[in-house]
Design a protein around this ligand. Structure first.
Ligand SMILES: [Zn+2]
Length: 335
């Protein structure tokens, strides 16, 4: 894929630091203990106090970044935070919400279905672990590897006590302006973005990223056909009024429509590539993922590669370009 959308030059501060990226909008790069290196969180100053968007993992380096970032802005995490917005349930976004709520007393806002989903996923029981092992093995990952991989994705996340439901398309006040809660499925079923049309700002969460493509994967807890929902959502966003995109990872950029076109092209290319892999006979999703992803992946990354491959193979079935058969293990072949 050739990428031509450029980064903005805003938010180029080092990981751990905070920078103003629009009037009254600050980006804090919170370090995360995964290959992504950091998550971009946002602090928005308003008449009714500060709003935080996304939180990072809850671990010492993350907490230290929050403390230092708040200090740099002259903001007291214990006094001045009125709301905590969390775009989706992944631990790099939701992880530190409980800790921040403990300090500030501020409620945490997610889409209603995401609150239920987060309670399921982070319940701490063994059901999710077992489901993930079965899921990985059923799609061709060797059993012992599946067990090791599932153990590696285990995270202990304690949910905030006070979670408040956002409705899709709800308008919320934000930093002297207003933003609409935009449903952004694909990377997570109930992810949302915030769109401030008056200021042309899109807080894009992990829906539209630059340099990297959001992981669109089918996991045991994900509804069927996540890639179809992602593509549909992207197509619907092309005409959105936004000339500043503030994403959850990677550089800030301006050309939303241009980046959407690149992402759509990327998935078309990946679909063709995977279609090519199953032309000469049935393969398991794991076999396909081993062919189309780098082979120096960590086990953790293998899980994401498999989930992503599965999302694409499902999409080929939806398009009538592939069919699947199951015999304890699932195989896909071109049709
Ligand atoms: Zn993320």
């Amino acid at each position: 894929m050739t990428n031509s959308v450029r980064s903005s030059g805003l938010g180029t501060q080092p990981v751990g630091d905070v920078a103003e990226v629009a009037e009254g909008v600050y980006q804090l790069k919170v370090p995360v203990p995964i290959p992504l290196v950091f998550v971009s969180t946002y602090l928005i100053e308003g008449d009714d106090g500060w709003t935080i968007l996304d939180t990072g993992f809850d671990y010492p380096e993350g907490r230290a970044a929050w403390e230092a970032g708040a200090r740099a802005l002259g903001l007291d995490l214990r006094e001045d935070v009125s709301r905590i917005f969390v775009s989706h349930f992944h631990p790099d976004h939701l992880g530190a919400a409980r800790w921040l709520q403990g300090l500030s007393g501020a409620p945490v806002y997610m889409l209603e279905k995401e609150i239920d989903h987060a309670r399921d996923v982070w319940s701490g029981d063994d059901v999710n672990f077992t489901l993930l092992v079965e899921h990985l093995a059923r799609h061709g990952m060797p059993q012992s590897l599946a067990e090791e991989a599932a153990a590696g994705t285990r995270a202990n996340l304690k949910l905030p006590e006070k979670m408040v439901a956002f409705r899709v398309d709800e308008e919320v006040s934000l930093g002297g302006s207003a933003a609409r809660v935009v449903h952004a499925p694909g990377h997570a079923d109930y992810q949302y973005m915030l769109h401030d049309a008056a200021r042309g700002i899109l807080f894009a969460a992990d829906h539209v990223l630059l340099k990297i493509t959001p992981n669109i994967g089918r996991w045991p807890d994900v509804a069927a056909n996540p890639l179809a929902r992602y593509i549909e959502s992207l197509n619907g966003l092309r005409s959105l009024d936004a000339d500043l995109v503030l994403p959850g990872h990677g550089p800030i950029f301006h050309d939303l429509a241009g980046r959407i076109d690149e992402l759509l092209l990327h998935h078309e290319e990946r679909l063709d590539l995977m279609h090519g892999e199953i032309l000469d006979g049935p393969k398991t999703p794991f076999e396909v993922s081993r062919k189309v992803f780098r082979d120096d992946l960590t086990l953790y990354e293998h899980c994401f590669a498999l989930a992503e491959t599965l999302a694409h193979l499902d999409h080929l079935v939806l398009e009538g370009r592939a069919e699947l058969s199951e015999n304890g293990v699932v195989y896909y072949r071109a049709s």
